[in-house]
Design a protein around this ligand. Structure first.
Ligand code: ACO
Ligand code: KIV
Length: 513
């Protein structure tokens, strides 16, 4: 059995049928050059009869690439074929892809043609095309809703007429792997002359089966797979060629097939096509999605740190991504957190890790995504607190008064464990809190600076508050971070007071509770 599977990329034709996508000539050429690097065997560059612009673009693509064969689609009519002949005039390594629908639904409801008329049209057009091109692909549109016996009849006639590739598209994404496999087996076993042509599959993803159906066809003997990078295309799209390539490589043990695809080029190709078509790649998309190599839960992250093969069947580098990503979030564990600290240049002891991890989990419960700045900040606040800890901010509640002023009830813990309560009123929450702290600690310090900024990204970013207070001629500063900026404001003020009482112990108040 032949091991080689040919990759036919139709990103520039069926991919351009994605609603909203319109590629100009330069963009088509740029994509085609990238598809050449990817190792695509045949590029379908467009539909020459569709517009003069598309005719010019298919020619420009054919002139730009050297290795892949470039084809244009054409309906089974002489004018469409002439448009392809004209577009490719004088350019080598070009071919044509002629199609006509064969299913009863399409024959009766769209083409208004009998079986005999469909066969006659197909034969007339394939014979005409074969006079101008060595490479003539013929597609039985809606093959998977066509009577098998009729498919075979069409196949035999177009082979005699000069077709070199026979494609059986699952035009509306209707078939199943078992059924599609039977179609190929039937054609292979029953069609005269089939040994002289390449059989091709072309799957749409309407029921999410495009990759399964394509691989079933390959297993059954199809030697060519058609599809688009990123799975774009008409309606739910075509099979994503990168998925088929990655599958054939990863499961070579089972499928025993070779391809010309340079897997390392996949990421770059996917990104370029997403950028030029404007169709973004869903994060969970196989092989090329942002999350395809991201691990977010503690047990998986632990496994991947110990050995990537525990949760990775395909290495991100092998398809051109930089590396495995461990995404820190609320489901991460100590091993992932420690690894991230190490990557950021912090070496932390088991004891430090245990302490920071508790704070990390509290933060992760309140914040969707944890950034590097967040975990660095966790380490920093811990070391700041270690030095000055006469008072620790515990909690607070706020009331809005009828005149729109605020009243704050603040609880502060002293180093001996006792709790001090303070009540303050002010024209904003921070003013009320600071007055409450002053009242609870029986102090009257002067606030000379208060600044707040966001440390990381997003609406749920951590806020960082700096305060400066003045006592006699000396200034003391405090800094705190928290996703809740009110809490950060209270903690920063208390930290500044801790620095003050470290210098003037006479300010330490007696335990009140
Ligand atoms: C399954 C696929 O993806 S097929 C590819 C689909 N891609 C496209 O259609 C994109 C490019 N298409 C176009 O620019 C236009 O449709 C054109 C230029 C090809 C044709 O435009 P128009 O001449 O205005 O025809 P229109 O699109 O309205 O209708 C299609 C005609 O082609 C006929 N037709 C459809 N498929 C075929 C075929 N494979 N062979 C012969 N005739 C066909 C239809 O029956 C219809 O004929 P009618 O006008 O006699 O009813
Ligand atoms: C023209 C053919 C190959 C097609 O795109 C389809 O049937 O989906």
């Amino acid at each position: 059995m032949n091991r080689r599977v040919y990759f036919f990329d139709t990103t520039l034709r069926d991919g351009e049928q994605t609603p909203g996508v319109n590629l100009n000539q330069d963009e088509k050429v740029e994509i085609a050059l990238r598809l050449e690097k990817l190792g695509i065997d045949i590029i379908e560059a467009g539909f020459a009869a569709a517009s003069p612009g598309d005719a010019a673009a298919v020619r420009a693509v054919a002139e730009a690439v050297t290795k892949p064969m470039v084809v244009s689609l054409a309906r089974a009519n002489i004018a469409d074929i002439d448009a392809v002949i004209e577009a490719f005039k004088g350019v080598d390594n070009t071919g044509i892809h002629v199609f006509i629908a064969t299913s009863p639904i399409h024959r009766e409801k769209k083409l208004f043609m009998t079986k005999e008329e469909v066969i006659a049209k197909a034969v007339e057009c394939v014979s005409y095309a074969a006079k101008h091109f060595k490479h003539v692909e013929f597609s039985c549109e809606d093959a998977t809703r066509t009577e098998l016996e009729f498919l075979k009849e069409v196949a035999e006639e177009v082979i005699k007429a000069g077709a070199t590739v026979l494609n059986f598209p699952d035009t509306v994404g209707y078939t199943t792997p078992e059924e599609y496999s039977r179609l190929f087996q039937y054609i292979l076993e029953n069609t005269k002359g089939v040994e002289n042509v390449i059989l091709s599959c072309h799957c749409h993803d309407d029921l999410g089966l495009a990759a399964s159906n394509s691989i079933a066809a390959i297993k059954a003997g199809a030697q060519q797979v058609e599809g688009c990078v990123n799975g774009i295309g008409e309606r739910a799209g075509n099979v994503a060629l990168e998925e088929v390539a990655a599958l054939l490589e990863t499961r070579k043990d089972y499928y025993q097939k070779d391809t010309g695809i340079v897997l390392k080029e996949i990421a770059k190709t996917s990104k370029l096509i997403s950028r030029l078509t404007g169709v973004s790649v869903p994060p969970n998309k196989a092989v090329v999605g942002n999350n395809a190599f991201a691990h977010s839960s503690g047990i998986h992250q632990d496994g991947v740190i110990k050995d990537k093969s525990t949760y990775e069947i395909l290495r991100p580098e092998s398809v051109g991504f930089v590396e495995t990503k461990l995404v820190l979030g609320k489901l991460s564990g100590r091993n992932a957190l420690k690894k991230r600290y190490e990557e950021l240049g912090y070496s932390i002891s088991a004891e430090q890790l245990a302490e920071v991890f508790t704070k990390y989990k509290e933060l992760a419960d309140r914040k969707k995504e944890i950034f590097d700045e967040d975990i660095i900040a966790l380490l920093e606040t811990k070391s700041a607190r270690e030095n000055h800890s006469t008072y620790t901010f515990k909690d607070l509640s706020l009331q809005v008064l009828p005149n729109k002023d605020y009243r704050a009830f603040v609880h502060i813990q002293k180093s001996d464990g006792s709790i001090i309560e303070g009540i303050g009123e002010g024209n904003g929450p921070v003013d009320a809190i600071y007055k409450g702290i002053d009242q609870g600690l029986n102090m009257d310090v002067e606030l000379i600076d208060y600044r707040i900024k966001s440390i990381s990204k997003g609406k749920d970013s951590i806020g960082e508050v700096f305060v400066k207070i003045k006592q006699e001629d000396s200034m003391y500063q405090g800094r705190a971070i928290n996703v809740d900026i009110i809490f950060a404001s209270a903690s920063a003020y208390i930290e500044a007071i801790n620095r003050l009482v470290a210098v003037y112990p006479q300010f330490v108040v007696a335990a009140s509770k």
